[in-house]
Design a binder for this molecule. Structure first.
Ligand code: GLN
Length: 549
């Protein structure tokens, strides 16, 4: 394997899924990667998604959950968020590839004449392009192991080319350089009082029909899988019972690395990949986090005001950031998901009164916007800790312009083209953009923080980098007016002069950020804005009312 000064020769692990979707392939992949990383190996995780969109940036959050943004501005699948939160290593465009991107690359090359004279086909042209992408990260020489999660379920027509390309890669690189892990479900039939292995057998059979014999089978289950059952699965699926791994339902996703360690998943993987590593996975810090998460000494209730609240995955990174920040404060954060559309109804204040803090979430389009603005007003006037992210910050600007500056008609040009005060507006360079995919202000940008502000206190430094995903911006034409009325612009982009952070002074905690701090929060490095917001909510909470433990 790798030796000092020499580039590493990567080995490839593929994680496929069967029986049902949503079994948690991303969490199993992240947990295995965490264990390998904790043994001193350098690991990358990537996700290959079978849909035809070039990336998930154009998908409705209801359809696909949150769109996760990387430092380099890629709009990606939310599983990449788990990879970063578990490993603490940034991902990039190379870590998320879709069928759409693969076809786009091949068809662009065909038009350039790269295949002149040839019939362009799924095999070998599409599968070759998939294989080229499978090994891009491995070829950098930075990784011992590249883990690839293949989206969808085995047997889906659309994921077949990925499966075929993975099969070919094993043929190209050999047994000890490639490994297949198949995640299945072992359902519990309450009426029979039994766990059932048949769906797993069928799923593995289907995978073998595509030429792949899994090396390890991970079984999602609600109940422990006894040895006899592991032997049975092993017998029918051609693996040793040691390679039938139980993935029992966990209290939190952050328990899964420890559960997988108990099941010796990392040991089996290393053995099969012929990697000699006798280090014990160092998970002390991880366990420290879990200890705090599970033994909170206090609790707060925070309202998450958004328009996609019915599907919690739409705000995945925000919810996870609160878990990290809660643990950092040894506090249980109870998130109350409130649909902003309900905050224009009579008596809406009742819903907000019981909250220790208010977060107005990111979002797009007009629906629910007035409810968000009402929530900001409530937080500002009643001095409840407020945190606005992206659209949430824009709402704070609109609310302040309307109710403090007196620009009663103030709005964002995204929501109201006719308003006479577009305090939030498109930048000049965005006005000519017509394509929707990948054209927002995306990825990491620098932000200069003003000394002595709340932002400075939170970050403890004067230059930060955070990730963006939006088209509209604070309109600097209104800068002086807003400042005079008492709003502080505490973070500015040093290159474009765009306002990135706003805050109010005569308030216990009122901050809005144009960027998305939730994308950078990890288990071992919680986002400072979330940590401090929870702290402020804790201060605001009245012990008797919040039912402190
Ligand atoms: N819709 C707003 C914009 O495009 C905010 C986007 C967001 O909240 N991510 O600027």
């Amino acid at each position: 394997m790798s030796s000092k000064g020499r580039a590493k020769q990567a080995k490839y692990i593929f994680v496929t899924g069967g029986v049902a979707s949503s079994l948690g392939k991303g969490i199993v992949a992240s947990s295995l990667a965490k264990l390998l990383q904790a043994r001193g190996l350098s690991v990358a995780i990537q996700k290959f998604d079978p849909y035809l969109n070039i990336d998930p940036g154009t998908l409705n959050p209801y359809e696909h959950g949150e769109c996760y943004v990387t430092n380099d501005g890629a709009e990606t699948d939310l599983d990449l968020g788990h990879y970063e939160r578990f490993l603490g290593v940034p991902t990039s465009q190379a870590n998320n590839i879709t069928t759409g991107r693969i076809y786009n690359n091949v068809i662009t090359r065909e038009r350039k004449g790269d295949y002149l004279g040839k019939t362009v086909q799924v095999i070998p042209h599409i599968t070759d392009e998939i294989k080229r992408n499978f090994i891009i990260l491995g070829d950098t020489g930075q990784y011992d192991i590249v883990l690839t999660e293949i989206g969808g379920c085995v047997g889906d027509i659309e994921s077949l080319p990925f499966i075929e390309a993975a099969r070919q890669l094993r043929w190209d690189l050999g047994q000890h350089n490639t490994l297949f892990i198949h995640l299945t479900l072992v359902p519990y039939l309450a009426s029979a009082g039994e766990l059932k292995t048949k769906p797993t057998q069928h799923s593995v059979k289907m995978l073998s029909e595509s030429g792949i014999q899994p090396d390890i089978i991970v079984c999602r289950t609600e109940h422990p899988i006894p040895l006899e059952m592991r032997k049975k699965i092993g017998l029918f699926c051609n693996v040793s019972s040691n390679d039938v791994i139980e993935a029992i339902d966990a209290e939190t996703i952050y328990d899964v690395p420890l559960l997988m360690k108990k099941e010796k998943l990392d040991q089996r993987v290393l053995y099969k990949l012929d990697i000699y590593n006798d280090k014990d996975a160092d998970l002390d810090q991880w366990k420290g986090f879990l200890g705090k998460l599970k033994n909170p000494s206090d609790s707060v209730t925070i309202g998450l005001i958004g328009k996609y609240v019915e599907l919690k995955d739409s705000y995945k990174s925000i919810a996870e950031s609160f878990i990290h920040a809660g643990a950092a404060n040894e506090t249980k954060v109870n998130l109350k998901w409130i649909s902003s559309e309900t905050l224009t109804e009579d008596g809406y204040e009742k819903k907000l009164e019981e909250l220790d803090g208010i977060l107005v979430a990111p979002g797009f389009g007009e629906r629910g916007i007035e409810g968000k603005i009402n929530a900001v007003r409530f937080a500002r006037e009643k001095k409840i800790p407020f945190f606005g992210i992206c659209l949430g910050m824009q709402c704070a600007v609109i609310e302040f312009a309307r109710n403090v500056v007196g620009l009663t008609d103030a709005h964002s040009s995204e929501m109201d083209k006719e308003s006479s005060a577009h305090v939030i507006d498109l930048m000049e360079e965005q006005k000519s953009v017509t394509n929707k995919g990948g054209t927002m202000r995306l990825g990491a940008y620098s932000c200069k923080i003003e000394k002595g502000t709340l932002a400075h206190q939170i970050y403890g430094k004067l230059t930060i980098q955070e990730r963006h995903r939006h088209r509209y911006e604070f309109n600097n034409q209104y800068l002086e007016q807003m400042k005079t009325a008492g709003m502080t612009m505490s973070g500015i982009n040093p290159d474009s002069n765009l306002v990135e952070i706003i805050e109010l002074r005569d308030h216990p905690f009122f901050i809005g950020v144009q960027f998305h701090p939730e994308y950078k929060s990890t288990v071992l490095n919680p986002a400072p804005l979330f940590v401090n917001f929870v702290k402020a909510c804790l201060k605001n909470a009245i012990p008797l009312m919040r039912g402190a433990k």
